[in-house]
Design a protein around this ligand. Sequence first.
Ligand code: HEC
Length: 182
Amino acid sequence: MRHLLTHIAIFTIALFLIAAAALFGWSRSAQLVITDEATVLAGFEPMPEEEFNWTQLGAKAYLRNCANCHGREGEGWDQYPALGHTAPLFESPGGRDYIIDVHLYGLTGDRWGVPMPPMGHIHDIEMAAVINHVLTNFGNEALLDEDAELYAPEDIGPRRGQDLSPAQVNERRLEVMGVEEE
Ligand code: HEC
């Protein structure tokens, strides 16, 4: 009789655990639908004639995608450059396109021991927001032209599909801008 009771108890506990796991799985998948990334990002997409409201999205996207390498305040560390020179690059001839290419295809040169990885998986809306965040922070705000035209989501798409390697982006860096090595 004792054995039978033990079996029933263990069986009940097992059933309970299975039910709890199923419930957990269900709640997680339900939650995924609610917080679907495209839906969240679509909330930031400007309507025609509306200004692109990128400030909050840009700050979040920076922390999520860039801060681990470039530092929370874009200060850089070890093999990762600080980002305070981005505005002058952006303002150079060809710089507007070049800065997008760095983010889509990565960058590698002799300056740093590691490459900047391609980040083309970032959605156009988030990409425009995060680059605008860099251009208006980390010291760039003081260097940026007062009437500089920042990025809109529709600027990013046309730069996709070029299939560049990080080394080719570096050639572009040297040839398009003629910037000096730092
Ligand atoms: C895995 C580390 C890593 C991540 C993540 C990363 N970067 Fe970089 N980034 C680098 C390195 C390394 C370089 C320097 C590459 C070189 O000059 O050869 C660089 C260079 C840059 C430059 C300077 C380009 C130039 O021509 O001088 C900018 C701007 C930049 N990153 C922005 C970003 C932004 C914005 C993000 C997030 C969306 C990001 N990076 C994510 C490692 C990273």
